[in-house]
Design a binder for this molecule. Structure first.
Ligand code: F0G
Length: 462
């Protein structure tokens, strides 16, 4: 039998496909930057799966139940009990979103300038907070991750040999922590296996290094373990989660993904020591420890969403929809990261547009063309996002040139996915004529959000 979503729609939000000539005008006005578009001018918005999903009726009811007490809110205690039941960690702090959690934990890990923070592949805000704390982020994802055509069930795995070698070479006293990002967003929403987590955790223990999780999409990771790792076929996702977290010392989370809320984040620790350390920064930056920059109602919705995201039927529909999008693109001959990840399809723009060099941003050119073609908004993950070396000013090399099509949770139907496929196929048909992109205005920091561009073959002065 084919799958169907385990829910029906109670409220709808109108969207509209504006005419092509208008799309061309809107993207030009936006300086050829998809972040500059107004959402009303976007038909299917696959910019991110972060905070863009639909809440359930239970979550909306939770908003009414939310306890707005400044300290000791009931909603906080519901969240704490839920997090404990999933992770086994009893030291829980809500934060306003993932990067709020990161800014409070990084200075506790990077206790001396120059310390390394190792991981499979850090997300860009995580990387930024490691650097802001004076540390050096290091990505040690397996080599298979950068080969989009090779099938590997767990492309988010950390390379255990390189991990051990790095620790031995640089000394465990110079390693602040090991962070496992589940799923590994930057490599294409690729999962990490339980065996890999267990082995990496054992290495951390052996050398006395703190082992943390970045759990933005941990429920999706648990589902992949159930699907692809021997011995977990019949395990409940929550049981898989409990085992996974038993290998760590704590977690930081963007709740805007697998807690199914529009805003929120989380810190949780196995031991009091890290909790106390982080708490010292949570109060001045985020707010008191039982609300962390959120309204009580947001904390309540998070407690409900954390459990909903672990339901097997939900996960099957969620992962199934992303796979549905990916399979159709693959069948059309469009190069994508295989196998398809949890939250997004990553189109291999370097292969799609081989005529465009990395410094003319093939992933970004493809994002602009896809918007013009079908009103669909995706985002580049490649050289443009990677940016320049802050010391030399040179473009940093990027392992990938991706166009990411991130699917919001419980938001679009498969008809919307079909529209995305048709639009991308139309660009594929005329791919040889697609041009590169150049900067008109390039900000120094996090340039991809606010830069302005033009087509590379359009002269600077016209
Ligand atoms: N960690 C991972 C793995 C993420 O994907 C994100 C956000 C964060 C941390 C930061 O969390 O946004 O709540 O502050 N990823 C979003 C994305 C923005 O589009 O992939 P945040």
């Amino acid at each position: 039998m084919r799958f169907a979503e385990p829910y029906k729609i109670k409220m709808v939000e109108p969207i509209r496909l504006i005419p092509r000539a208008e799309r061309e005008a809107r993207i030009r006005e936006a300086g050829y930057n998809v972040f500059g578009l107004r959402s009303r001018d976007v038909f299917v918005d696959l910019l991110t799966d972060s905070g863009t999903g639909a809440m359930s009726e239970e979550q909306w009811a939770g908003l009414m139940r939310g306890d707005e007490a400044y300290a000791g809110s009931d909603s906080f205690y519901r969240l704490k009990e839920t997090v404990e039941s999933i992770t086994g960690y009893s030291w829980v702090i809500p934060t306003h979103q993932g990067r709020g959690a990161e800014q409070c934990i990084m200075p506790q890990i990077v206790t001396r300038p120059g310390m390394y923070v190792l991981g499979n592949m850090h997300f860009d805000t995580t990387r930024a907070h490691i650097q802001l704390a004076g540390g050096r982020p290091v990505d040690l994802v397996i080599a298979e991750a950068s080969d989009t055509e090779t099938y590997h069930p767990f492309k988010g795995n950390i390379d255990l040999q390189r991990l051990r070698a790095f620790i031995v070479e640089h000394g465990p006293e110079n390693i602040g922590a090991i962070i496992m990002t589940v799923t590994c967003n930057s490599a294409g929403g690729q999962p990490v296996s339980m065996a890999n987590i267990r082995a990496a955790s054992a290495i951390a223990r052996e050398f006395g290094i703190t082992f943390l999780f970045d759990t933005a999409r941990y429920a999706e990771n648990c589902y992949f373990i159930r699907q692809r790792e021997a011995g977990y076929e019949n395990a409940e996702p929550i049981a898989i989660a409990r085992e996974m977290f038993s290998y760590g010392d704590g977690l930081m989370m963007s709740a805007k993904k697998d807690a199914l809320v529009n805003i929120g984040g989380l810190l949780a620790f196995k031991h009091e020591e890290l909790y106390r350390a982080a708490a010292g920064l949570v109060v001045p930056f985020e707010g008191f420890l039982t609300y962390g920059g959120l309204a009580g109602r947001d904390v309540e919705a998070m407690a409900v969403g954390l459990l909903e995201a672990l339901e097997v039927d939900y996960l099957a529909a969620r992962i199934g929809q992303v796979a549905y999008l990916g399979e159709q693109l693959h069948e059309a001959g469009i190069p994508i990261q295989l196998p398809v990840g949890g939250h997004a399809v990553f189109v291999d723009a370097a292969k799609f547009l081989p005529q465009i060099p990395a410094d003319q941003f093939p992933g970004h050119a493809l994002a602009v063309e896809l918007y013009i073609e079908g009103g669909v908004r995706g985002v580049e993950v490649g050289s443009l996002m990677m940016g320049r070396d802050p010391e030399t000013g040179l473009q940093l090399p990027s392992e990938f040139e991706f166009l990411r099509l991130a699917v919001p949770r419980r938001t679009y139907t498969n008809n919307h996915m079909d529209v995305v496929v048709d639009a991308l196929k139309a660009v594929w048909e005329r791919r040889h004529a697609v041009r590169g992109i150049r900067f008109v205005q390039e900000p120094k920091v996090l340039r991809h959000f606010t830069a302005r561009f033009d087509w590379a073959d359009v002269p600077a002065v016209r």
